[in-house]
Design a protein. Structure first.
Ligand SMILES: [Zn+2]
Length: 429
């Protein structure tokens, strides 16, 4: 076997001529000096169209390739420019790397695969690159997948949601396919202009194919859908509605705690205002403060300790316990769904309006305002679990993506993980 054939296989690159392979100056890395097999036929690095020679550009350049064993590897080659009719003087396309990338295709591919498999520190240490570099690489890889596949094909039932990705009101609008559970679209912003961009990409014909759109009840979503896909039934996402009840419950818990804290062991009047059956000691007030998780959790997931806490709340604070039952009642509505769910919702609304808990009375009114969308959701029984789990996963990814530059790498990370087109490892398929 010729030595160059061996090196081509080891470096994982085709269509190149290997001129020499040697150690770098301080023998810490292997450098392969290469050139494209047909250097005379230059193509623009951006658009890949044929273009005539322009100049030598910046001279020799290096690209990081995958390590060989324990040793780092670089490819080194000329990077001349061609005169593209569209893009002007542009660095010539090379077969081993993306335009303006400092890493080879195989390197990019491996980083993208790792980004769907393991932790931040595992990737940066294994590949010896900064987290920001990972962000740049996955953005490039994701853009290539986007150019190859049509993520918006055959959508009929979609969920639209917003995800906060940074403090200071930075949001992404995300679109999920209810039938596949895939994330199909994400863009910074949460307003009518952002959502309109989705419908622009979808086009009039495919917008007309949409039968159901689930969302929270934000007007920027419902108004845009009413204009761009008027035939689609708008459903209220159950997990948003239940989240409203959880917020109300939390408000009641805070009121009870504040009262108990302000009047430690104290006045009956203060206690009775928020429905304390007896006066709480300071320690017991703190117990209310710490009961958040017991109140939030679904009853079937409660630990023994949390069960005890809940029994104690039932005995000591009837208002807080009533708020808890109201939250659970609303969860029940969406669990049974259909006509039974609608009947349960009617009972719930009557119960909430006479609960004497201001926040739940207000919630009842809010739910009545959106009754149409909530009924549609109960009738359709949309696979809410899929959308909710995508939603939860995106929120986890926003934390992983901390340290990336801008929202694009986060979108790429979310798309690689949840978009249904996971990258393969290089050299396998
Ligand atoms: Zn071009």
């Amino acid at each position: 076997m010729r030595e160059t054939t061996l090196w081509r296989a080891l470096l994982g690159v085709n269509n190149i001529v290997i001129e020499s392979v040697e150690f770098n100056e301080d023998t810490t890395a292997v450098v392969a000096h290469i050139r494209p097999r047909r250097p005379t036929k230059g193509r623009c690095g951006v658009c890949a169209h044929r273009a005539p020679w322009y100049d030598r550009g910046q001279g020799r350049r290096r690209w990081r390739a995958l390590d060989l064993g324990t040793t780092q590897v670089f490819l080194e080659a000329d990077a001349p420019r061609v005169a593209c009719p569209t893009h002007g003087p542009t660095v010539r396309q090379v077969p081993w790397a993306r335009h303006s990338a400092g890493h080879t295709h195989a390197f990019d591919q491996q980083v993208a695969w790792l980004a769907t498999q393991c932790s931040k520190s595992a990737i940066t240490q294994l590949m010896r690159i900064a987290w920001r570099t990972v962000g740049g690489i996955i953005t490039r890889v994701c853009a290539d997948i986007d150019a190859r596949v049509d993520r918006l094909a055959q959508l009929t039932r979609i969920g639209i949601d917003e995800v906060s990705y940074r403090k200071g009101h930075k949001y992404l609008t995300v679109v999920v396919d209810h039938d596949t559970g895939r994330l199909v679209w994400a863009r910074p912003g949460r307003d009518r202009a952002t959502l309109s961009a989705f419908f622009d990409e979808l086009g009039a014909e495919r917008s007309a194919q949409l039968t159901h759109v689930s969302a929270d009840t934000a007007s920027w979503i419902s108004k845009t859908v009413a204009v761009r896909a008027p035939q689609a039934v708008v459903c209220a996402d159950p997990f948003h509605i239940v989240a409203w009840a959880t917020q109300c419950l939390d408000e009641v818990r805070r009121q009870v705690w504040n009262q108990a804290r302000r009047k430690p062991g104290g006045m009956k009047a203060a206690g009775s205002h928020v429905g304390l059956r007896y006066n709480l000691s300071q320690g017991e007030a703190r117990k209310i403060q710490r009961s958040r998780y017991a109140l939030w959790k679904n009853p079937e997931d409660l630990t023994e300790n949390q069960r005890t806490k809940l029994a104690w709340i039932e005995a000591s604070s009837p208002h807080l316990y009533r708020a808890y039952l109201l939250k659970e009642g609303l969860r029940f509505v969406f669990r049974v769904k259909g006509e039974e769910g609608k009947r349960a919702l009617d009972r719930w609304l009557a119960w909430a309006s006479r609960s004497r808990l201001d926040v739940f009375v207000a919630l009842g009114r809010k739910i009545r305002r959106h009754l149409g969308a909530i009924h549609a959701s109960l009738e359709e029984g949309l696979s809410n679990g899929l959308v909710e789990s995508v939603n939860t996963k995106i929120r986890l990814l926003t934390r992983v993506a901390f340290g990336f530059h801008g929202p694009e790498p986060l979108i790429a990370l979310a798309m690689l993980n949840l978009g249904g087109y996971r990258p393969d490892l290089p050299g396998r398929s």
